[in-house]
Design a protein around this ligand. Sequence first.
Ligand code: ZN
Length: 338
Amino acid sequence: MRQQAFAQNGAVAVQAQERARDILLKAWTGGKTSHAYLFRGPTGVGKRDMALAFAALLNCQNRRSSESCGQCPSCKKLASANHPDFIEIIPDGKLIKIDQIRELKKVLSYPPLEAKTRIIFIADIHEVMARAEVANSLLKTLEEPPADTIFILTVDEAAEILPTISSRCQVVPFYALPVEIIKRQLMKRGVDAATAHTMALISEGSLGRAEALAAEDLLGLRRQIVEELSRLDIKQPECVTIVFDLAASCAKLAHLADLLDLMELWIRDLMLLSATGPESVVLNRDLMYLYADSRKHWNMEELSDKLRLIAQAKKELLSNCNKTAVCEVLFFALLGPV
Ligand SMILES: [Zn+2]
């Protein structure tokens, strides 16, 4: 018989990640829970939610069969990610520092405060492992964790897994979420059906990304930018002010990289339309009314040039360049007819 969901009222992503859930449940029911797991998959598909739900299952005070109750103090604390024995190592600044690993080791030398099984959660382990000192210190802990502790590490699907990590962990795969699930979640938060559908398509199976799109109205801003860039002519006097204003608004965004991803998808749509024709290939359905004009302006070579410019801007943002300046340079380069 198929296993039940292992968390009552669990996050929707947890319910959708059947493969990961099955692996964890099978290990737990067989008494063979690993001391370290590596959750691998795209960002924003429920890896952290799954870690919290697994912690709830392991520690529920009122467990029924293979489900946590969702009501006991342990379940409630984990549902709000506020349990003293669910320890999340969050980068101090951009990276995890060696002092944080030293502090973790100190904590591990004591038993859990409340839980039967303590969870140590570290996201994006590929970034942590890029620093040799931190990596070596963490690997030693992973080799011999206390019996009452489980490590859950996450890694992006595109990142290379170091053998030193994969040999110490059981890998659990996560997948992109179905469009319908993301759409439903967005609609529950008040996003209208048409916008939710576009966001779900654009987010490529990542609920985290879809939520970021909704939080900063990135779709609205993307539409404004695409409208302006498709319409403006650099010879028009108002062009400079409009581009500077747009760049200033974008520089304030917490999810600027996601906005640039959206702009990549806009160019991708134009390339696919130019190459193959059918409108079904378009992800930004709500921009169709602009596409006819844009296609007249740019040929394939120019479009591919624009893709390269966006990729370049993304790289510059990663290396801490001035955000406003990066956006200004990019938007002038992406301008429409000259
Ligand atoms: Zn419970």
